[in-house]
Design a protein around this ligand. Structure first.
Ligand code: ATP
Ligand code: MG
Ligand code: MG
Length: 409
């Protein structure tokens, strides 16, 4: 028999329990984009509710969550969200939040934030993140802070060209990165990223043969469980295709899993994390970066694994037992639906591809409801392709988008 699920504030130190399973009734989420939407859809199945704080009028998450309008980088919006919404635990779908406000508001209300604000603080600054992982012995390439033209010249001499110049903050989809190909590029690179005062750092070029990623879920007791290794393929710096399991030798998969789990074990707080890595020609694996939330490289888990990354994120932040992360089929490929054109034209192109996908066995379509905001390069949905074998899944990808297959070979 099921006990009623009530909204119990953690400050009251009580949680409703059903057959010994702790139940958290309302989860607050900073951000209400497609990640919040897929979180909210998973929450529905678990019998818990989502309230999201999002600045837009038509937050994609609103389809399955209560939408509270406000910005996750606005201190007063966060404060009000925490004090008015009676959520039992707070999490996020984006790391670019006002952490100071989050920490203060949560402390005042005695509210649990997962993963912890301290973890978000470290991860949202990509330079601080690299320093943190380096200090904890995680394998990663050379990097250094950039504060002046002299530093850029010295970096070129020491790293050689090309090297990567990156913004420390607010980076996504490669916005905030600049490939510095020669000394002549220095001024254009720095200007493109907003100048030396914006917070810049450089990374040595990683001569990778593949990009790999692993989703790792961390429970409240600090134990970690990982999903299968995937290969990620980017087009213009945006994730285009992922393939699970990655087509690499078993020892490489084991080594990548070790790097990913080590990185997440040294952080704090519960939830799912996306770990991006580079595989070099000598089989060496270097960490690229970590996201403290569900991640594009984990979308395949929605149809390809026993428990999706969204469900496991919620289970982790609520302190529930974690779900089985194993694949349910031999191969799971994810193809992102990226805006091909603005407005109506873009919607038509996406719908044509979706129509083909709906007609293909073993293929699932996820559409984020962004018809009104169709833009070139914008993530508007994704398609999960399952196959008994790698060959079978790749053959279906070839039918839908031959360019995606080309990059996997
Ligand atoms: P995301 O959307 O994943 O958060 P981001 O804007 O934070 O992206 P990065 O992950 O830092 O950007 O880099 C984007 C892509 O640029 C990487 O996936 C990789 O293809 C390439 N890249 C990044 N750093 C390096 C490097 N040091 N050497 C070579 N290529 C790199
Ligand atoms: Mg990033
Ligand atoms: Mg990245």
């Amino acid at each position: 028999t099921d006990a009623p699920i009530a909204s119990v504030h953690l400050a009251n130190a009580t949680r409703v329990s059903v057959n010994g399973l702790p139940r958290t009734a309302v989860i607050g989420v900073l951000g209400g984009g497609q990640l919040g939407r897929m979180m909210a859809l998973a929450a529905g199945n678990l019998g818990v509710r989502i309230k999201c704080l999002d600045p837009t009028d038509d937050a994609p998450a609103a389809v399955a969550a209560t939408h509270v309008k406000g910005h996750f980088r606005d201190a007063s919006a966060i404060k009000q969200f925490v004090s008015n919404q009676q959520v039992d635990v707070l999490t996020m779908e984006i790391e670019h939040v006002d952490v100071d406000a989050l920490e203060a508001a949560a402390e005042e209300a005695g509210l649990d934030v997962e993963p912890t604000p301290q973890t978000i603080r470290v991860i949202q600054d990509k330079f601080a993140q690299k320093q943190y992982f380096k200090n904890h012995g995680v394998a990663l390439g050379e990097f250094r802070e950039i504060k002046c033209r002299g530093c850029m010249e010295a970096t070129g001499k020491s790293y050689n060209y090309p090297f990567m110049l990156k913004s420390k903050r607010l980076a996504y989809d490669g916005k905030g990165n600049y490939v510095v190909k020669s000394e002549n590029d220095i001024d254009a690179a720095v200007e493109a990223l907003g100048g030396y005062g914006q917070g810049l750092y450089a990374e040595q070029w990683a001569p990778y043969v593949k990009e790999l990623a692993v989703m790792v879920v961390r429970s409240r007791d600090g134990s970690v469980v990982s999903y299968p290794l995937v290969e990620t393929v980017h087009k213009d710096n945006i994730c285009h295709v992922t393939e699970a399991p990655a087509d690499v030798p078993e020892r490489v998969a084991a080594a990548a899993k070790k790097v990913a789990e080590k990185a997440i074990a040294c952080l704090d707080g519960a939830g799912i994390f996306g770990v991006e890595m580079f595989l070099l020609g000598n089989d060496e694996i270097l960490l690229n970066e970590v996201a403290p939330r569900p991640h594009n490289s984990g979308h395949y888990t929605m149809d390809g694994c026993v428990t999706s990354q969204f469900e496991n994120h919620l289970r982790a932040v609520m302190g529930w037992p974690l779900g089985d992360t194993s694949l349910t089929s031999g191969s799971a490929i994810m193809l992102n639906l990226l805006g091909e054109a603005e407005g109506e034209e873009g919607v038509r192109i996406a719908h044509d591809l979706m129509a083909k996908a709906y007609a293909t066995p073993g293929v699932k379509v996820h559409w984020y409801g962004k018809e009104d905001g169709m833009k070139k390069g914008r993530k508007v949905g994704h398609i999960n392709i399952l196959g008994k074998s790698r060959e079978e899944a790749r053959a279906k990808l070839e039918l839908l988008d031959p360019s995606g297959l080309g990059s996997l070979r």
